[in-house]
Design a binder for this molecule. Structure first.
Ligand code: FDA
Length: 582
């Protein structure tokens, strides 16, 4: 039977994973169609924390400035506050999301981009609009039903919800970016580890002018330790800023064994009043929905020509703000590989590196996010608030910390330390940036793994070792200042070298796939006036880095090649292996 529609890549889902896959593919000139279940993009704020690695992806895809213009800036994200309610007593704060001066410096050194808070209902239109402008065909109200694959492609049956009929789309590859209840992942039989439904949570979206409780301690997150706040949920009650300071989202837990409460407006309002602690402020409830905390990750991200990305492969609570970040980075990892395979430059073997590179990260972030929930408990413990007790007892324990006694001093120390420990959720710069890939698309250079000098979850450690993201350094070209990251990407490989690396440049120019060349040094196209690149490159001036389209170093040679032939032999072999032709 002839398919009704033909394309190169069919993407199911227009969330962060699907939209960014479409954007990357269209940017690279790969024909693609997106089908998505609903008549609109996300209508609630959902994921929001947007980290530097994601901003680097958006920068390469040409939408960074638009996101920055629409997002809440980093300096308004950072005073994560623990309190008994917004109007109530404050227990302490954590400088978060790069707003600690030392971490801020680390952020500045790590990337040309800044973290920001970009709620999903604002992010999706930016990604989707740019994708459509560059060629993506988008079909709303279109539901994925099933797929059949053979040696040459995938035939997908979809349902048009407007017309009520079904049709088929034939694609070379299918991307299941259909979220935490992914039908594509299920139909592809992707093996999953972990469990779903660990705890129950409710999201309540509402409008209220809360500036009198928040503007003086600007933050994305306000955590409320109220009676009942340890039941289900994500560690405590959460008041999250959607737009400063009048659009909000509350997360409140429920006992998953008892089932979700009836989400009436009265119920939602009672939760809002409890967490805000002010009955006078006008509140407009916009929506409420129940969801469960999951701890699940796919061990394999693909089956034949079917690839999954985003929540389809990793399902976890919002702690650490990793959901859409990881989803966008999954798709960015996959898109250039699909492009090179579709155009015949790479062997389909290259696609195996997708699981090899992304599945360990999916598993890591699922574990990290769930661990963060548990790490809120010591704050309650410091207030003796975990054991079943009356609200009066919790308030008495909170009041007791103000006394001039040894016991109260101990309690103050315990509370301070418990709050400070939450940097693992709110300032985990290493979790955001330290990904290291091991796969057939990365060629080890024989150097031993140096490990990390400091806690790898908290501190970013740049390296040019194959498998790491190219280190960021500010360099110049004429009067222009740019990041080393700005010289790579754009869907192509880049060879970076310096004075003495002419053999590498010639070898790169002789390769089949187009490789851009970047020479950094005095009198060259790019200069390193601050010496930053010299400090970070970990190779001699005449050495070479071959950087993949996603900015990851695939091959490194510490010194100049012995000869022109040697450079060509080494680089040709490297490219052959990276592209899966070996
Ligand atoms: P996402 O779920 O965003 O997108 C899935 C897409 O697939 C949607 O476009 C959907 O319409 C489509 N789809 C599904 N089935 C389909 C089918 N059969 N046919 C066609 N299309 C189909 N995270 C966070 O960090 N903080 C938060 O507060 C929240 N809050 C939150 C609330 C709600 C209601 C949800 C659903 C999720 C969150 N999240 C969150 C999680 C966060 O939204 C999530 O990690 C990312 O959106 C994942 O992006 P994906 O693109 O993978 O899936």
């Amino acid at each position: 039977v002839e398919p009704d529609v033909v394309t190169d890549v069919l993407i199911v889902g227009s969330g962060p994973a699907g939209a960014s896959a479409a954007l990357a593919l269209s940017t690279y000139g790969v024909p693609n169609i997106v089908v998505t279940r609903y008549a609109s993009l996300a209508d609630t704020p959902r994921a929001h924390i947007t980290n530097q690695r994601t901003m680097e992806v958006l920068r390469d895809l040409g939408v960074e400035q638009e996101v920055v213009a629409k997002a809440t800036p980093q300096h308004l994200m950072g005073d994560t506050t623990f309190c008994t309610s917004l109007a109530g007593e404050e227990l302490g704060r954590v400088r978060s999301w790069g707003n600690d001066p030392l971490v801020q410096a680390a952020h500045d050194l790590a990337s040309p981009t800044r973290m920001c808070d970009m709620p999903q209902h604002l992010m999706e239109p930016v990604l989707v609009d740019a994708a459509v402008a560059r060629g993506t065909q988008l079909r709303f109200s279109t539901v994925y039903k099933s797929f059949v694959q053979d040696a040459d492609g995938v035939t997908v049956t979809v349902e048009d919800r407007l017309r009520g009929d079904e049709y088929t789309i034939r694609a070379q590859y299918l991307i299941g970016a259909d979220g935490g209840r992914s039908q594509v992942a299920e139909d592809a039989g992707l093996p999953m580890g972990g469990q779903m439904g660990v705890a129950g949570s409710i999201n309540i979206v509402f409008d209220a002018d809360l500036s009198k409780y928040t503007a003086h301690r600007p933050s994305t997150l306000y955590w409320v330790l109220a009676p009942g706040a340890t039941v289900g949920g994500i560690g405590a009650g959460l008041v999250r800023c959607v737009r400063p300071w009048n659009e909000w989202l509350i997360v409140w837990g429920y006992d998953v064994t008892a089932g979700a409460p009836d989400l009436t407006t009265e119920y939602a309002e009672s939760v809002v009043r409890k967490l805000v602690g002010d009955d006078e402020i006008p509140v407009t409830i916009k929506s409420s929905s129940a969801w469960t905390v999951n701890e699940m990750y796919a061990e394999t991200y693909s089956n034949g020509r079917v690839f999954c990305a985003g929540d389809a492969t990793h399902r976890h609570p919002p702690s650490n703000g990793l959901g859409s970040n990881t989803s966008i980075q999954d798709s960015y990892n996959l898109a250039w590989k699909l492009k090179l395979v579709l155009e015949g430059t790479a062997s389909p073997k290259l696609l195996d590196s997708y699981t090899a590179e992304r599945a360990p990260i999916g598993r890591q972030i699922v574990t990290r996010a769930n661990k963060s929930i548990g790490e809120t408990a010591p704050i309650f413990e410091a207030l003796d608030g975990l054991s079943p007790q009356t609200p009066e007892q919790l308030w008495a324990n909170i009041a007791a910390r103000k006394e001039d006694t040894e016991a109260a001093q101990k309690q103050r120390t315990k509370l301070r330390e418990a709050i400070a420990f939450k940097v693992y959720e709110f300032n985990a710069h290493g979790v955001d940036l330290n990904q290291r890939y091991t796969s057939e698309a990365i060629l080890p250079d024989g150097t031993p793994d140096p490990g990390f000098d400091r806690d790898p979850e908290l501190y970013h450690q740049p390296t040019s070792r194959p498998g790491a993201k190219l280190p960021h350094a500010w360099i110049t070209s004429g009067t222009r200042t740019l990041s080393t990251l700005d010289t790579v990407g754009q869907g192509r490989f880049t060879l970076i070298t310096g004075i003495g690396g002419a053999d590498w440049v010639r070898a790169a120019e002789a390769q089949g796939p187009k490789i851009a060349t970047v020479v950094i040094g005095p009198g060259q196209e790019y200069e390193d006036p601050y010496g930053d690149w010299a400090r970070l490159s970990e190779v001699a001036d005449g050495g070479a880095l071959l950087v993949r389209p996603d900015g990851y170093v695939a091959f490194r040679h510490a010194t100049a090649a012995a000869s022109g032939e040697e450079a060509e032999r080494l680089l040709t072999e490297a490219v052959r292996r990276i592209l899966g032709h070996a």
